[in-house]
Design a protein around this ligand. Structure first.
Ligand SMILES: Cc1ncc(COP(=O)(O)O)c(C=O)c1O
Length: 449
């Protein structure tokens, strides 16, 4: 049998379980080789923003590959990548208008901190190298990106190898790390940034990085309206750069081109990936401000980091096509029109005793599960494993794909799921998603309560 875990040569994430072999995708649905249909309620890992099987995007891949697929960025530039960079400069907030391309979100966040480092080196501020980030965050799996990540389960096996960058507590109102309540808290979690940097000395720090809405590590945790304004002011005061990790939130996912726009704040660097190509090709990068660009250009004028596949014609052609498709089909408008409906349907799940919190922005939403709705007591990890995994597996069996997560309580306990359907989903498809999720929770609740 194709893909059987006993005969497959692929090293699969779970080496004890055979997963279905996919055959094709169409719209928000995927079909396996046996014809079973799955509603892609998480756009894979919140990447396939336009859904599957769009022929006109596939055709661009073929025609660009016929013309020229690859050139090396130090030898040639190319028309598609130049055009795509121009579109990104138009979309990005403020004067963020220079783009460096890579191939994954992890490379993008690492590239962002390398640019921050160079920005200060060019000014002779040679000690400015460390980066502050937050607990309950995910910035990627390569070692630099993992050093930034406050995702306990993903860090645990590599702790001695990771860089000891400091982390401030998460902004997580449902379980406030300071046991405060908003607005009485005066957003103490944001103010912690200044204290943390000053304890060591701002001369050692180059940047602060955060996801505007926390994805994998937190299950769509957002923050109060003042949060990023306080962070921005602190960065300016202490002369460090603000990096918005928009790998999951970019390109309309939360109802704006970039999620940081909800806070009316302009970062110095945006890291992007996933939605840039909507999964049709590996494509990621960083968009930097004119201030950073001019400092590099008027200094050494050289930027050394990069990868073989940085900024190829194929990547550029897909990026341009995806942006055109989004505009033609008013994809971000669809999120804005349906986000309240999706949230209202998700909130109807509070009728289940195990649904503790429903949250998110736009089409990046999450549900956190608890043993007790009032006390917010989390599930203990039992012999049947994590509740979030049980829910995700049961939903999958019923033909709904959602994304599991955990550890928001203390790095280990805590169960949540991410729901992030393609941005093109229709109202009746949201109803189908909610129907399967509702049934799933009912069944798992019967098992674990
Ligand atoms: C916010 C964020 N940053 C970085 C990454 C890493 O991206 P990649 O898996 O493409 O390396 C992810 C992946 O989920 C992410 O959600």
């Amino acid at each position: 049998m194709i893909g059987s875990i006993d005969t497959s040569h692929v090293l699969h994430a779970d080496m004890k379980k055979t997963i279905p072999t996919v055959k094709r995708g169409e719209g928000i649905y995927l079909y396996d080789v046996h014809g079973k249909r799955y509603l892609d309620g998480s756009s894979g890992p919140v990447a396939c923003n336009l859904g599957h099987g769009i022929k006109e995007i596939a055709e661009v891949l073929a025609s660009q590959a016929e013309e020229v697929a690859f050139v090396y960025r130090t030898q040639f530039t190319n028309e598609p990548i130049e055009k795509f960079a121009g579109l990104l400069a138009e979309m990005a907030p403020g004067d963020l208008n220079r783009v460096f391309f890579v191939n994954s979100g992890s490379e993008a966040t690492e590239m962002a901190i390398k640019i921050a480092r160079q920005y200060y080196l060019e000014q002779g501020k040679v000690k400015k190298e460390w980066v502050v980030s937050r607990w309950l965050s995910y910035h990627g799996m390569t070692l630099g990106a993992l050093s930034l990540s406050g995702h306990v389960a993903r860090r645990r096996d590599y702790v001695n190898t990771l860089l000891p960058y400091p982390k401030i507590p998460a902004c997580y109102c449902y379980r406030c790390p300071f046991a405060n309540t908003y607005p009485d808290c005066q957003v103490a979690c944001a103010r912690k940034l200044k204290e943390t940097i000053q304890m060591t000395g701002s001369e050692y720090f180059s940047a602060f990085i955060a996801e505007p809405v926390v994805g994998a590590a937190g299950g769509a945790i957002s923050s109060p309206p003042e949060y990023f304004r306080i962070i921005r002011d602190t960065c300016d005061e202490l002369d460090i750069l603000l990096i918005a990790d928009e790998v999951m939130t970019g390109f309309g996912r939360t109802g704006k081109n970039f999620a940081i726009e909800h806070w009316d704040v302009t970062p110095d660097i945006i890291a992007f990936a996933k939605g840039a190509s909507a999964g049709y090709y590996p494509l990621a990068g960083v968009i930097v401000s004119e201030k950073i660009y001019q400092t590099l250009r008027s200094g050494t004028g050289k930027f050394i980091p990069g990868h073989t596949f940085s900024g190829t014609p194929l990547a550029g052609a897909i990026g341009v096509k995806v942006m055109e498709y989004m505009k033609q089909h008013d994809v971000v408008g669809n999120v804005v029109r349906l986000e309240r409906y999706l949230m209202a349907q998700l909130k109807s799940l509070y009728k289940h005793a195990t649904v503790g919190d429903v949250r998110g922005k736009g089409f990046l939403t999450g549900v956190e599960f608890v043993r007790d709705q009032k006390t917010k007591e989390p599930f203990a990890n039992k012999e049947w494993g994590k509740v979030s995994n049980l829910i995700v597996q049961k939903a999958f069996d019923k033909g709904l794909i959602i994304y599991p997560g955990g550890g928001t309580v203390d790095g280990h306990r805590g169960d949540h799921i991410l729901i992030g359907p393609p941005l093109t989903i229709r109202k009746e498809e949201i109803d189908e998603l909610i129907f399967i999720l509702d049934e799933t929770i009912k069944e798992i609740e019967g098992m674990v309560c």
